[in-house]
Ligand binder design. Structure first.
Ligand SMILES: NC(=O)c1ccc[n+]([C@@H]2O[C@H](COP(=O)([O-])OP(=O)(O)OC[C@H]3O[C@@H](n4cnc5c(N)ncnc54)[C@H](O)[C@@H]3O)[C@@H](O)[C@H]2O)c1
Ligand SMILES: [Zn+2]
Length: 380
């Protein structure tokens, strides 16, 4: 049993996206220079509670001060836990460290964890909140584009195991998400572009109008004009709609995996080495492969793939396997990773395929030999 979430409205210029999940519902606040709103929002929603801010070293150096000052100015007692930056923190070791540090603060079950960082911190801190004292509430303050449009929304939390990514975890919804688009000004361009792959994904899943809007406005999204907030808000709304309809991925939530089965295989092949490939880049290549594979099956016109490639290339994302530095994978190696993916049942593979731009669907009966010969062609 978790504590109820309170209403989060505050009179300001931010956009609100509501995630409708009954008693687990919450709001996502999106806007420029919003970090200062955290204290007043916290005090209004959770008056009297304390906060443990979990962050990483890089983000701590850039944005911790603003967050901590805002909370303290509103009378919220804060404790800060700073972890190493990077995917390795989403591990048993990172989990132990973070849990013990939260317990050291003597916070109680009614207090909150604040996850300040990218998807690594959000996934880990959300999981920590979910298991400490059988469930504390938590707030997501995502600081990467990927975490603002994807990982901070929807309640998937967890860590990696030696057996694979995200295998240990919980569904645990945050009580509030605060996405300040200005914090993305300090994000390296490559990380911004990687997060943008997930933004484009929402267009390719079921919103061709959004994809066309991105083709026309992506420069302003990158530059930090109002189109950035628009892109974040539309992405969050798209994710909120899917999550509200299928919180635990019984069906349609799987659409969010467009490009991810191929993408995860490429990440695995590159040993999750961020120098070679980061998640969003794998997703970009994976989305192109999903379109090409759909075309090969006669489902989708090849001109759609050309349009997808043109846009992803325009923003500087890789679009083919050959763009990944280092040794080329074999189709056998990629098939091994694909078979290990969670989306396998009775020998058939589940893929997100498409019938056209923004017309994706879940296909559970994909014959592995078709995928293998497709990959062999791509690698030839
Ligand atoms: N829970 C979900 O639904 C979900 C969805 C997608 C991805 N994920 C997970 O998210 C993780 C990837 O997230 P990510 O791409 O945000 O990675 P990340 O959290 O590792 O952040 C990337 C890098 O950017 C730095 N950084 C963060 N904010 C910054 C800022 N404002 N300025 C400068 N540097 C900044 C971080 O310190 C880190 O070095 C993966 O572990 C993935 O599995 C989860
Ligand atoms: Zn993703």
């Amino acid at each position: 049993m978790s504590l109820p979430h309170a209403s989060s409205s505050l009179p300001d210029a931010s956009r609100l996206v509501h995630v409708d999940l009954g008693e687990r519902s919450y709001d996502i606040h999106i806007g420029r220079n919003l970090l200062g709103n955290l204290g007043p929002l916290f005090a209004k929603m959770f008056g009297g509670a304390k906060a443990a801010i979990i962050t990483d070293k890089t983000v701590a150096g850039l944005h911790l001060d603003a967050v901590q000052k805002s909370l303290e100015a509103s009378g919220v007692e804060t404790h800060v836990i700073v972890l190493e930056a990077g995917e390795k923190t989403k591990s048993y070791e990172g989990l132990t460290k973070a849990c013990d540090a939260v317990l050291d603060t003597r916070l109680e079950r009614g207090d909150l964890v604040v996850a300040l960082g990218g998807g690594v911190i959000g996934d880990l801190a959300g999981f920590v909140a979910g298991i400490i004292r059988r469930g504390m509430r938590f707030i997501q303050v995502p600081t990467t584009l990927l975490s603002q449009v994807d990982s901070s929304v929807g309640g998937k939390t967890g860590i990696n195991s030696g057996h694979g990514k995200n295998l240990i975890g919980l569904f645990h919804q945050p009580s509030l998400v605060l996405a300040d688009s200005a914090v993305l000004d300090t994000l390296p361009r490559r990380d911004f572009a990687a997060g943008y792959a997930e933004v484009a994904k929402y267009g390719l899943i079921n919103d061709p109008g959004f994809f066309a809007w991105l083709e026309a406005n992506w420069q302003e999204v990158f530059a930090g004009g109002p189109a950035r907030e628009e892109a974040i808000a539309r992405s969050c709304q798209a994710k909120a709609d899917v999550v509200a309809a299928d919180e635990r991925e019984a069906g349609q939530r799987a659409l969010l995996n467009l490009g991810h089965t191929f993408g995860h295989a490429l990440e695995g092949m590159a040993h999750y080495d961020a120098e070679r490939l980061v998640h969003g880049e794998g997703v970009a290549i994976g989305m192109v492969l999903a379109h090409e594979f759909s075309a090969r099956l006669g489902l989708c016109d090849p001109s759609v793939t050309d349009r997808v490639i043109a846009h992803l290339e325009a923003v500087g994302l890789p679009t083919h396997i050959g763009a990944i530095a280092g040794e080329k994978p074999t189709s056998d190696l990629l098939m091994d990773f694909i078979a290990q993916d969670k989306k396998v049942s009775r020998g058939n593979l589940t893929f997100i395929l498409t019938r056209g731009l923004g017309q994706s669907f879940v296909e559970k009966g994909v014959d592995p030999s078709e995928v293998k010969s497709f990959l062999e062609e791509k690698l030839a």
